[in-house]
Design a protein around this ligand. Sequence first.
Ligand SMILES: C[S@@+](CC[C@H](N)C(=O)[O-])C[C@H]1O[C@@H](n2cnc3c(N)ncnc32)[C@H](O)[C@@H]1O
Length: 215
Amino acid sequence: MDQDNLEKKEYNSQDIISMWDDFHSVNDKAHLSGNTAAHVLKHLNIEEIRPAKVLVVGIGMGYECFYYVSVGAEVWALDISNRALDRVKGSCKILNTREYEKLPKNYFDLIVEFNVINHIGDEDFKEQLKWVVGGLKKDGVFAAMVVKPIEPEYNERWGQSTEMEKCVVGAHARKHEVFVKWLEEFGGKIVWQGECFYEVKSLGLENYCVHIKRV
Ligand SMILES: C[S@@+](CC[C@H](N)C(=O)[O-])C[C@H]1O[C@@H](n2cnc3c(N)ncnc32)[C@H](O)[C@@H]1O
């Protein structure tokens, strides 16, 4: 999905959870991305991984979940929005982000998070990292799309924007060193890093993907 050309719709959401619920209620593909599983797997460089147990974080239209169900994996879906989780209820185990403590530890062969981290504020993301990294098996892979600023002045430019604004445009970008530092804090380590595959020029951001292991 071209984030430079998001269709602008008016929402009156009061907070970030209801904002995502609203997007899901009307199948707002401009904000939900709706990336196919093939697109996600290719960019995350996980086409060869055949997981027995997979966790999809930030499920969007549910395409990644349905793909892994179709190849026989046990699939867990984690999302901020219960409306999102309704899409995969019955096919997957579902958890919202107020239920992290139900996430099993040392359990998943693969964790997939594409076009989500850039929608999450710092404190919520750190909380998520703690649980998600802890959910990985020792030899499991956490494959994630990450967003960083192209130029250092990016952080200044977005200094005035609200948390909602940043969430809605996916503009929670972190310098790579910051991301690595937080990962280490929660027991994760980058073992593969892809090139930038997409620049959101209007926001001064670039997207890349990483594989993370639990150390
Ligand atoms: C832009 S969509 C991307 C979905 C899908 N991965 C894709 O690429 O098509 C972001 C998804 O993440 C969910 N989300 C937003 N904030 C989240 C959070 N803090 N934790 C988990 N999921 C979140 C949204 O409800 C939505 O389903």
